[in-house]
Design a binder for this molecule. Structure first.
Ligand code: NAD
Length: 484
């Protein structure tokens, strides 16, 4: 076996070890082996990263928008050119099927840079003339300074770039930390940024543990804003640290999304998409529809067809072209998901299919789990209220719109919801009634990057996407001029 890869910090355009000289083991989910070591950074590394970012800020914030835009678009091009290498790195680090990294993760990371490279050229601010008072107001939108971006492991480069691209486009410099569980593609991004001509210090990537390196970013007194995507508990903790320092905060947190299926839907389309919305990325997408509510008249038919489709999914090595379901991201996460399957049984749920770990030949120690479908009678039990974030969905029948709205809205989360119906009135009624930041009708994970993205309730505060992210990463200043 070759020596483990070293994943080093990227500070001021250079790859450097953590000052402590310490490393963290990084596991390969498909085999369970340690395959790389990650810089175990602390507040000293974050201080260095901040320093570099602070030095770079004046030049970068004054760089003409056209030039910033060109550099971001060049990063997008280079991600595209390196698609194969990045996709393989993502699948190896995360356990997701290579087909998914190739189809979704890496193209979307490139799209994020391309989108914000273009969006910044269209980002304008308002003027307000106080007619009759000889006064004109105009709004300046200025970059904040050095900002912090912290991202999770489920869509590593996709979500890392979703924050960094708008932050850079708006003229900020960045100290960013990817998840310590999937740091690989973020680490490769440093090189790409250098090749694209991003000046040193504009983007700094610090690796390490959340409570140490992440915490150092959040509590750094001069980092002006934190854009965070991850778990609700972590978000709560971050808010507690950042709020008394009056930092701007964007929190994209957990979900427990309802997928509401009415009998009048396009059945075949619904069935095919529901398999994806349940199990894509091993169910580890914050937008997965993990609670499936089905109108009673088609419940038995749906149950039979959905089980058959689920059982047809091929679980295995992410690099195998036939694989639909790869490995879960880590052993502790696999154990957490399994504990919810046990809890479901204790709570009276019936496992219709799945529930077992899988040990493909040659990869016996990888973190594989069968996609699992659980029939529940109690919509309010813990399994149906808490985020599992794995290939596990629940099925519950319903009879009326009122009943399903009540069950769908009963959780503390409110990220996304999906509704399947061909009745236009109902689709509008449901879209209004469901407590979520995003409602998909007759589709799922359909994303236009101009639209606001984010959740309500414990799924977060603030919106990303489109101009919303550019607004977050800028401060408004009103200039009021009176003329004689
Ligand atoms: P997590 O909260 O454990 O970690 C996310 C990031 O925060 C990591 O980089 C981690 O190192 C860092 N972190 C941990 N503790 C920290 C601290 N005290 N201070 C600063 N940083 C800290 O989440 P995860 O397990 O990586 O990701 C899964 C979660 O993310 C799920 O709950 C999922 O729903 C959520 N998620 C939400 C969205 C969204 O857009 N709303 C998207 C993807 C994932």
């Amino acid at each position: 076996m070759s020596a483990p890869i070293k994943i080093r910090n990227f500070i001021n355009g250079n790859y450097v070890d953590a000052i402590s000289g310490k490393w963290i083991d990084n596991y390969e989910p498909m085999s369970g082996n340690v395959y790389s070591h990650i810089a175990d950074s602390d507040e000293k590394d974050v201080a260095n990263a901040y320093e570099a970012a602070q030095k770079a800020f004046l030049n970068w914030s004054e760089t003409p928008i056209e030039k910033r835009s060109r550099i971001l678009i060049k990063i997008a091009d280079l991600i595209e050119e390196n698609q194969q290498v990045l996709a393989e790195a993502e699948s190896r680090d995360n356990g997701k099927p290579l087909s998914l990294s190739n189809l979704v993760d890496i193209p979307r990371a490139s799209a994020n840079f391309r989108f914000y490279g273009n969006a910044i050229t269209q980002f304008a601010s308002e003027a307000h003339e106080s007619t009759g008072l000889q006064t004109i107001n105009f709004t300046l939108r200025e970059p904040l300074g050095v900002v912090g971006c912290i991202s999770p492991w489920n869509l590593p480069l996709y979500l890392f770039s979703w924050k960094i691209a708008p932050a850079l486009a708006a003229g900020n410099t960045v100290v960013a930390k990817p998840s310590e569980i999937t740091p690989m593609t973020a680490s490769l991004l440093g090189d790409i940024c250098n090749k694209a001509g991003l000046p040193p210090g504009v983007l700094n990537i610090v690796h390490g543990l959340g409570p140490k390196a992440g915490e150092a970013i959040v509590s750094h007194p001069k980092i002006k804003a934190i854009s965070f995507t991850g778990g609700t508990k972590t978000g709560e903790h971050i808010a507690r640290t950042a709020a008394p320092m009056f930092k701007k905060l964007s929190l994209e947190l957990g979900g427990k999304n309802p997928n509401v299926i009415f009998a009048d839907c396009n059945y075949d389309k619904m069935l095919a998409v529901t398999v994806r919305s349940s199990f894509a990325n091993q169910g580890q997408i914050c937008l997965c529809g993990s609670r499936i509510f089905v109108e009673k008249s088609i419940f038995e038919r749906f149950k039979k067809d959905f089980i058959a489709k689920t059982q047809a999914l091929k679980i295995g090595n992410p690099f195998d072209k036939q694989t639909d379901i790869g490995a879960l991201v880590s052993k502790p996460h696999l154990e957490k998901v399994r504990s919810y399957i046990r809890l479901a049984q204790e709570e009276g749920g019936k496992i219709l299919t799945g529930g077992n770990t899988v040990h493909p030949e040659g990869y016996e120690n990888g973190y594989y789990l069968e996609p699992t479908v659980i029939e529940l009678h109690d919509a309010y039990c813990r399994v149906n209220q808490e985020e599992i974030f794995g290939p596990v969905v629940t099925l519950i029948p319903f009879e009326t719109e009122e009943e399903v709205i009540k069950m769908a809205n009963s959780v503390v989360y409110g990220l996304s919801a999906t509704v399947w119906t061909s009745n236009l009135d109902r689709s509008l009624r449901m879209s209004k009634a469901l407590e979520a930041g995003i409602v998909w009708v007759n589709t799922w994970l359909n994303r236009d990057l101009r639209t606001p993205f984010g959740g309500v309730k414990n799924s977060g505060i603030g919106r990303e996407g489109g101009f919303e992210a550019l607004k977050f990463f800028t401060e408004q200043k009103n200039v009021c001029i009176r003329y004689e």
